[in-house]
Design a protein around this ligand. Structure first.
Ligand code: AMP
Length: 370
């Protein structure tokens, strides 16, 4: 797996661990990451392109970084790796960092990074995600290989589609044929009708208490770390969320409209409590299976999100996994009905910084970095 040759241990051995700086690209979930890092006593560094982005942070003094690295292009980060290491920086990755740098650059960026960046190779492909999650005991929406087998509503996802833009829903084969762009690579999934919940979990391999994940495969019989539920959100998606107000799918087509799934924001959610054991079972399975993936020496570390739909039979379908902090965790910057029970007001950003602080104290930084 790419990236496994990175000399993280060497970089970290040159670090002054009493002077760690938490670095983050100023976007996505950076406010809570910066704020949380400061609460745990770290110096912070923001990376951005252009002064305008920096100005916004002055509106949030609790998160405004101690230091800025202002670039002309995010890809310049590749040339600033040594500069960042000289400042004892640990980077906290999020979706925007990976998108701005490109997955390949991200995997070879020569700066210690929180979590396991090699898991990206599994996260980045729908087929591999399926292998991973199903081996962890999660049920995913059925995939329809041959469009002629479409026998109910389906969602068609183009390979290059980002943030749900460009997906479409088809009722049957004729509908699919009329709307599909055969030039593009796509996957056809059964459209799962139900309620969406996006679980923001945190897996910490260091503690030996709490909800311990049972290992599988090569780790069978071992307790491999603590799983926590930080928060749950639901994404606001334009225009599908409001579509029903205009009538049926057929009425909408007559108006020349197609539903789109573009994320515009997030709303906090809580799950019917009797479904929580199943949510934990899925989270546990995803973590345990991540340790067994080909080449994934470390497995999942830190925040991750299972994107699910619960049907009216109270069955979960997991349609996607994100192996790092998701922007949906921003609904819980001041805590959530779940994280508050364990520690009032803790955000996922602060939880990341806490994990780093504890790892420094236990001299186990290498267990949580890549
Ligand atoms: P994704 O890009 O896979 O995160 O999907 C974007 C959005 O499409 C989700 O947030 C859901 O609203 C919707 N969606 C994705 N897959 C399905 C599915 N199999 N059934 C119903 N809705 C889905």
């Amino acid at each position: 797996m790419a990236g496994d040759a990175l000399p993280v241990a060497e970089w970290v051995s040159d670090y002054d661990v009493s002077q760690i700086t938490i670095g983050v690209v100023a976007s996505h979930s950076s406010l809570q990451i910066l704020h949380g890092a400061r609460q745990e006593g770290f110096r912070t560094l923001g990376i951005c392109v252009g002064e305008e982005r920096r100005k916004m942070y002055s509106a949030f003094p609790g998160a405004d970084p101690d230091e800025w690295l202002i670039l002309d292009d995010y890809k310049q980060m590749m040339d600033y790796a040594e500069y960042l290491r000289e400042r004892n920086v640990i980077l906290i990755p999020h979706g925007s960092l990976v998108e701005y740098l490109g997955p390949k650059n991200f995997q070879i960026l020569s700066v210690p990074t929180f979590g396991n960046r090699n898991i990206l190779e599994w996260e980045g492909s729908r087929e591999r995600q399926r292998l991973w999650l199903e081996s962890g005991g999660c049920t995913m929406p059925r995939v329809i290989e041959d469009p002629k087998d479409i026998d109910g509503p389906v969602i068609v996802k183009y390979a290059g589609a980002k943030g749900g833009r460009g997906y479409f829903v088809a009722r049957d084969f004729r509908d699919f044929r009329r709307n599909v762009d055969l030039e593009e690579e796509f996957t056809i999934q059964e459209y799962v009708l139900g309620t969406r919940y996006y679980f923001q979990f945190f897996f910490d391999p260091l503690p030996e208490d709490g909800y311990q994940v049972d290992g599988m495969g090569s780790k069978k019989g071992q307790k491999i770390g603590r799983l926590e539920l930080m928060s749950i959100d639901r994404r606001d998606e334009a225009n599908v969320d409001e579509f029903y107000k205009l009538g049926s799918l057929r009425d909408l087509r007559d108006m020349g409209l197609e539903p789109s799934f573009v994320v515009t924001g997030n709303t906090p959610a809580v799950l019917r409590e009797s479904l929580l054991p199943e949510a934990f079972r899925m989270g546990e399975g995803a973590v345990a299976a991540s340790m067994e993936l080909e080449g994934a020496e470390q497995g999942m570390i830190g925040p991750f999100c299972l994107e699910t739909i619960v049907t009216d039979k109270l069955e979960f379908r997991v349609f996607e996994v994100s192996a790092r902090i998701v922007a949906g965790s921003n609904v819980a910057v001041g805590g959530s009905p779940y994280s508050d029970i364990n520690e009032p007001g803790i955000s996922t950003g602060q939880r990341v910084a806490r994990c780093i602080r504890k790892a420094i104290e236990k001299d186990r930084l290498l267990d949580i970095l890549s």
